[in-house]
Design a protein around this ligand. Sequence first.
Ligand SMILES: [Zn+2]
Length: 278
Amino acid sequence: MVTEYNGSMPNRKVTYRLYPNAEQEVRLQETLGLHQRLYNTALEERIRVYKETGKGLSFADQCKVLTQWRKMVPALAGLNAQSEQVTLKRLHLAFQHFFRRMKNGETPGFPRFKNIHRYPGWGYKTHGDGWKLHLGISGKHGALYLQFVGNLPIRGKPRTPGRPVTCEIMHKAGKWYASVTLEAGSWYEEAPTREIKPTQRCHACWKLPDEKKTLSNREHQCPHCGVICGRDENADLVLLRWLEMRLAGGSGSGREPSEMWSGGSFAAMKHETHAIAV
Ligand SMILES: [Zn+2]
């Protein structure tokens, strides 16, 4: 039985291998190059300002400067703004690490300019802002959408499903990977509504009507099993039943729909994209 989880599970990371086509490979390389230049330019800026004023730049200062750079450099404006802030944050953390070690009386190396060949990658903060994970059937493989790059085929599978939170793109030995942080406590499923047809299908017998229902028909009356309910109510129940079957292993649990409602608490949230959090 599906029960509601309360968020006590820690976040997990799932690594997917990305399989770009030739054009996407060029765009990934271009993105990597832009982040590397952004990192180095921001480092240069910190050094310049320190030399001129004796003061350091904060992360917030650099985010403000980034806004100016995006206006002047079209290539930077083409990338996701949040992902550029993540790169500035990485530089900020390198400085924090440096100052912490100085304070401890150590002799740390000053944050360095990075070579493109060893530049590790970039990151995103919010799912849906510059990146989106589309999982395949039963949560396996699927595709990763990246702004400026497009939809990339991916391979990998989380042990348990979860809501994607952040994403890091990594370039290692010529291959591309995405490390996606999943939040535990919650499940994230995107229903393939084109296949399921929640507005057409019957939640009770799972059959489609012989004749397509029209939008003006606000009632669901199944020609097969005779069940009657509101059209929207039926669509919600179809999505819930789909989710229940998917969590039970994908191929259908064989349970009667009424059993879904007994025994566990079942909270559903339906967004415009038919994402369901349970
Ligand atoms: Zn029916």
